[in-house]
Ligand binder design. Structure first.
Ligand SMILES: *Cc1c(COP(=O)(O)O)cnc(C)c1O
Length: 321
């Protein structure tokens, strides 16, 4: 199913390369341009998830995430585009008027249920099952999509994206690339890592975790790939899972002044906008790892811009402007 505008551009960042590279060429893969309201990395997963929903007679979508979840907003818009009702189960209570992604969820006509953080963390699966049952009683068949669309089904999105990335690589005259992305629910990293191994591509995949820790992402990638193997009767080759841990800061969705400053600096230097929840934390991790010599001897580094633009606005106070 075609929801994303593909292929997205691979863009060279000459001034950022000069500023942060140690002889590297820095590139950015613009997956923030998969669409406008339907933008970011979740769209590539939703193409497969919604095709599955359509082919298997699901008439309603239920998914979950934080109050400002990009995945939930993307699902709300994908559902609206296809005429499928969407119900979002969100972590946290809004204060004041709806902003950012939450505002867009409402505009796209999603039904939104917000829960206190504690209740959500302790009972998320029961809440999802409750709403699924609620729709079943009305004779409807609701598909529950996991956090971030990350499971064996969502893995297809970035598994397929590795072919596109490899074509970009070849067209740009890059021999081997270090690919760096933010990792949150693990599905993007799982798909890229699996695709690179499966097709034997000269792409080394690095996830910068924006929550949890390296251990969690090693397990989560294995779990998503395991689910993919089981669902599709496939055998995955050995995976090279690489996590750059240490850049979460105070916690998920909490960015340091350094991260806000980096957003402003990259916007000025290259006209590229990052977000404080995912991409700027990952870009910061990449920059720091470059400085520490992690990528010495590698010429080309591709940063995967996974989107998240609407996360900038609810945190505008962080910029001190
Ligand atoms: C969800 C998200 C990520 C993380 O992707 P996962 O597949 O959940 O690990 C990165 N960046 C943005 C902007 C996101 O919305």
């Amino acid at each position: 199913m075609e929801l994303a505008r593909l292929p997205t551009p691979l863009q060279h960042l000459p001034r950022a390369s000069e500023r942060w590279g140690r002889g590297h060429r820095l590139w950015i893969k613009r997956d923030d341009l998969t669409g406008c309201t339907l933008s970011g990395n979740k769209v590539r997963k939703l193409e497969y998830i919604l095709a599955h929903a359509r082919d298997n007679g699901f008439d309603t979508l239920i998914t979950c995430g934080g109050l400002q979840s990009n995945h939930c907003r993307a699902t709300a818009f994908a559902g609206a585009q296809l005429g499928i009702p969407v119900h979002l189960v969100l972590r946290g209570q809004p204060s004041g008027s709806s902003q950012g992604n939450l505002l867009l969820d409402h505009l796209a006509g999603a039904v939104v249920s917000c829960y206190d953080t504690r209740e959500y963390i302790e009972g998320r699966d029961q809440l999802l099952a409750h709403w699924q049952q609620h729709y079943a009683e009305q004779g409807r068949n609701a598909l529950v999509i996991p956090t971030g669309g990350s499971d064996g089904l969502g893995v297809w999105g970035y598994l397929e994206a590795t072919r596109e990335l490899d074509q970009d690589r070849a067209a740009a005259g890059i021999e081997r690339a270090q690919v760096v992305c933010a990792t949150g629910s693990g599905g993007t990293q799982a798909g890229l890592t699996l695709g690179s191994a499966l097709f034997g591509l000269p792409l080394d995949i690095w996830g910068v975790n924006v929550c949890d820790d390296a251990h969690y992402f090693h397990e989560k990638v294995a779990q998503d790939v395991g689910d993919w193997q089981q669902r599709y009767g496939q055998q995955a080759p050995p995976l090279d899972v690489r996590v750059l841990d240490g850049y979460v800061g105070e916690g998920y969705a909490k960015a340091s002044p350094e991260v806000f400053a980096l957003i402003a600096e990259l916007a000025r230097l290259e006209g590229v906008l990052l977000d404080p929840v995912y991409t700027a934390k990952a870009f910061n991790g990449m920059v720091q790892e470059i400085e520490q010599g992690r990528f010495d001897g590698c010429r080309d580094i591709i940063f995967l811009h996974t989107g998240g633009i609407f996360g900038v606005f609810p945190q505008s106070d962080g910029f001190n402007l």
